[in-house]
Design a protein around this ligand. Structure first.
Ligand code: GTP
Ligand code: MG
Length: 473
């Protein structure tokens, strides 16, 4: 966890492990320039401390002192140079962390970068802890806590849509909405407390109606944000789409078609798939975890039974179910049962094998059920299914995710706590209870909101947030 002193100047390799064209070591802290001057020799021979900020300079990097100490103390030969590099320093406060920052861009080799780090440490820096650069940016007021988390979300984004959400949050849009609600509650709190203090003078500081409206407005903002959570999580982590159906209806064929790859075994024998098969596809920027399952039926085969057990548990974890039926056969009791069970959860009924003559009369399904007719064999109708999958998962159809989206469990829990406190507050207003009690709930709601942006924070919250980061971020 984060225990290092904030006065320390920290350094870390900022680029991923492995070989790369360039690699970057970053330093931050009041000693960053002095330490860099020990490690870096500008080609212009000027000290780094004397050259303009926010510009790149060509430089030679020197080996760590401990590797050269035993040799003569004269000028270091070219052979003792570590590498060539471009160096930039960013004077406080105009840097990511708000402190003096130096970034040294050398060639991206593991040995180069670890020796460069070692040289910085020998010159007085300390190895940064996970997330410490971003934590400093937060503590120095460069980012609020939700923005700091968005840095990590941006780095980890698995799809274009997930990135859009992270970038909005990084630009402070979530913080803005949360702060608006929090400020309104703090104003209200001030009024309530003034009411408590001057109650003898019988001044009505805020009429009950106004009180209720302010609390309801804040509760409205919170509800709206909370409602975006499911979508936010889907955009961040991807959605689980589970393919279900009787044996032999073409579930594995559908998986293969969507993957554009013969991933699952397809045979005319019912009960071919025995295990849960999971693959990930990118559906126009939305990450989908596709799950093919064993066909569900009564069977005496122990292996198949186990497969069916897994199908049922995969179904429970699904964000969306594709119930596949065979359009060239009459619906069976099992088909109907599966369609009925899926009602109430997001699902699409897929009528497969549309290249074969269809069975009449047309099947009847509960109203509102989305039915896609397609052929997993020829590919006919697949595009429409893809559009329906997106439509079912993302309310906007996913073209542009409108507005702020909550995608973080920590934010979600805080929103829910705020929401509960405000419900209590509304009840108190209703029953006209004493201002002291009302103040407790309004304050609790404001504090929960404050945890999202970090306006109110504890070491525990900070540790939890930044321990998710890795070193160098
Ligand atoms: N004509 C036609 N045949 C199809 C279509 N989709 C699948 N089939 C055939 O149906 C049979 C079963 O296909 P699978 O994809 O293995 O079906 P499944 O639902 O995965 O079956 P299990 O794994 O046994 O539950 C195979 O012979 C496929 O070639 C289709 O759209 N049209
Ligand atoms: Mg199968």
């Amino acid at each position: 966890m984060m225990r290092g002193a904030l006065e320390d100047t920290i350094c870390a390799i900022a680029t991923p492990a492995g070989e790369g064209g360039i690699g970057i070591v970053r330093l931050s802290g009041s000693d960053a320039l002095r330490i860099s001057d020990v490690v870096v020799r500008l080609r212009s021979r000027q000290p780094l401390t004397s050259v303009a900020s926010h510009r790149l300079y060509l430089a030679d990097l020197l080996l760590p002192a401990s590797l050269t100490r035993k040799k003569d103390h004269g000028r270091r030969a070219a052979a003792e140079l570590l590498d060539e590099a471009l160096v930039v320093h960013m004077k406080a406060p105009r840097s990511f962390t708000g402190e003096d920052v130096v970034e040294i861009q050398s060639h991206g080799g593991g040995v180069i970068l670890s020796l460069l780090c070692q040289a910085c440490i020998e010159a007085g820096a300390r190895l940064a802890e996970p997330g410490e650069f971003t934590k400093r940016a937060f503590l120095n007021g460069r980012l609020d806590l939700s923005q700091a988390e968005a840095v990590l979300d941006s780095i980890r984004a698995k799809s274009a849509a997930g990135l859009v959400v992270a970038q909005r949050q990084l630009r402070g849009e979530l913080a803005k909405e949360v702060e608006a609600a929090r400020t309104a509650l703090l104003d209200l709190l001030a009024h309530i407390e003034a009411g408590i203090d001057f109650v003898e003078e019988d001044i009505t500081f805020m009429r009950q109606e106004e009180l209720r409206r302010t609390v309801e407005d804040a509760a409205g903002i919170i509800r709206r944000l909370d409602a975006t959570f499911r979508e936010g999580r889907l955009l961040r982590e991807g959605a689980r789409v589970v393919i279900l159906g009787r044996p032999n209806v073409g579930k594995s064929s559908l998986l293969n078609k969507l993957l554009k790859e013969e991933r699952a075994i397809v045979t005319p024998v019912p009960g071919t798939t025995r295990d849960v098969i999971e693959e990930t596809i990118d559906l126009e920027g939305l990450r989908i975890h596709l799950v093919d399952t064993a066909g569900i039926r009564e069977t005496a085969d122990a292996v198949e039974q186990e497969g069916i057990k897994r199908s049922l548990s995969a179904q429970r974890e699904a964000d969306l179910r594709l119930i596949v039926v065979d359009g060239s056969q009459a619906l069976t009791q099992d088909d109907r049962e599966m369609i009925r069970t899926a009602a109430g959860e997001p699902h699409v009924v897929v009528v497969n094998k549309s290249d074969l003559p269809a069975v009449f009369p047309a099947m009847t399904v509960p109203v509102g059920t989305i039915v896609c007719s397609l052929s997993a064999k020829t590919g006919m109708g697949i595009d429409r299914l893809k559009a329906e999958i997106r439509g079912q998962l993302i309310s906007s159809g996913g073209d542009a995710v409108e507005g702020v989206v909550v995608n973080n469990v920590r934010h979600r829990t805080a929103l829910q706590r705020a929401s509960q406190a405000l419900q209590q507050a509304l009840q108190s207003i209703e029953r006209d209870v004493a201002g002291e009690l009302l103040a407790i709930d309004v304050r609790a709601a404001a504090e929960a909101l404050g945890e999202i942006t970090g306006a109110i924070t504890t070491d525990e919250i900070l540790d939890r947030v930044f321990s998710e980061f890795c070193i160098g971020k």
